[in-house]
Design a protein around this ligand. Structure first.
Ligand code: SF4
Length: 394
């Protein structure tokens, strides 16, 4: 293996068991210092047997991933759970919107558990239903609503997916965002002034897809700021726009900077820059390869030994890739440690606590989407499933 002196965080070593505690688990959460946590998790999982199916998102800690029956992105995991109708309990090691999607896609008899209810997603939180409905009304007042198709990223709450379902819209993942946008524009192609897309919550995925995959210009895109009157846009700006991007972002992927890419390239000719499309447009423009978590994993698996990669996605996944591929030089595309703080709330104490409660007959932290929201969200999800061609991984 070639040794490369990279100035970034060395990966593949150590783990942090001093987790920040969730605030929603009452009473008997085991201490992180309990030396029997692994044995307790194994015993609880064994006691539950086929009744439990543990899902582990790629961004989860190793201490949790080791107990996952399957790993993947949020949509794959929800489908995996739906393919296991005999599993009474789906323990979702991920964040809240993912558990909601699993509840929507699984049978009514299956119960989805989120080990720590404080595991939300800051990006999903940036598009609240009331804000989106206000924006929708404002688009009507501006005389453009009839030409707008709402498209939401998988990383959104169930009620936002339901909003898309009842307003002719669709859900997308980072793998199929371009196909979803093509579909959306076709829905209103008959209009004289053409269609527009209202894309939420991630402005970066929307912009990167529109400009780099759909051939639009940056001028075709405007940003709707829910904290400003009329989104901070004039009626003329709304009329001229093709993409109305919600002002939301991922607090992890939004951190990567173009200047670090420049520094790395200067110091290490031949380094490959591989990033997720939730990164900013400037970073994506400077990257060699851009794609979903599944794309990133497959790219590293296929890479030549001795090659050097800087990866711009969540640190737990990058560390795992570095561990799994010691013949390649893999670094994190940031100088600082930056985990997804909400993903990291699911730690071993919470997993043990949730599974031991299930063994004892107590269903804790169940995530349950109300039937009306579920029905409308399913409409938007089904439109995504009906899209031609691509896989639906995020
Ligand atoms: S990595 Fe970003 S999008 Fe994913 S859960 Fe964390 S904040 Fe949300």
């Amino acid at each position: 293996m070639t040794t490369v002196d990279l100035p970034l965080l060395p990966l593949g070593k150590g783990r942090d068991l001093d987790a920040e505690r969730g605030v929603e688990c009452p009473g008997d959460l085991p201490p992180a210092s309990d030396p029997d946590l692994v044995a307790r998790a194994l015993a609880a999982k064994e006691a539950l047997g086929e009744r439990v199916f543990v899902l582990g998102h790629h961004y989860q800690r190793d201490e949790v991933i080791q107990f996952a029956d399957v790993t993947g992105d949020s949509f794959k995991l929800a489908r995996d759970a739906a393919a296991r109708p005999d599993a009474e309990f789906i323990v979702f090691c991920g964040v809240h919107f993912m558990a909601e999607s699993a509840d929507i896609l699984t049978a009514d008899t299956q119960r989805v558990i989120l080990p720590d209810l404080a595991a939300g997603c800051s990006m999903a939180d940036m598009a609240r239903l009331a804000q989106v409905e206000d924006a929708w009304d404002a688009l009507a007042d501006a005389g453009v609503q009839d030409s707008v198709v709402p498209v939401t990223y998988m990383n959104s709450t169930a009620d936002i997916k339901a909003f898309c379902g009842r307003n002719g819209g669709v859900v997308c993942t980072s793998s199929n965002a371009d196909v979803a946008l093509e579909w959306a524009f076709e829905q209103k192609a008959h209009l004289e002034d053409g269609a527009k897309v209202l894309f939420f919550p991630d402005q970066h995925l929307g912009r990167n897809t529109a400009v780099l995959k759909m051939g639009m210009s940056l001028e075709d895109c405007v940003v709707w700021d829910p904290h400003k009157a009329n989104g901070g846009l004039t009626v003329d700006e709304l009329r001229a726009a093709r993409m109305i991007l919600w002002k939301g972002h991922c607090s992890v992927h939004g951190r990567f900077s173009a200047s670090v890419v420049d520094d790395l390239r200067a110091q290490h000719p031949g380094i490959h820059i591989l990033v997720h499309p939730e990164c900013t447009h400037e970073v994506v423009l400077k990257a060699d390869l851009v794609g979903s978590t599944e794309f990133i994993i497959k790219t590293i698996e296929a890479a030549e030994p001795g090659t050097t990669w800087a990866i711009g996605t969540e640190l737990n996944l990058v560390k795992r890739l570095a561990d799994a591929h010691p013949d390649k030089n893999i670094v994190f595309l940031d100088r600082n440690v930056c985990y997804c703080s909400t993903m990291n709330r699911i730690d071993l104490p919470h997993l043990v606590w949730a599974m031991e409660n299930l063994v004892a007959g107590n269903v804790v932290n169940q995530i349950s989407v109300d039937p009306d929201t579920e029905r409308e969200a399913l409409v938007a999800l089904q439109r995504m499933l009906d899209l031609p061609g691509k896989s639906h991984r995020d």
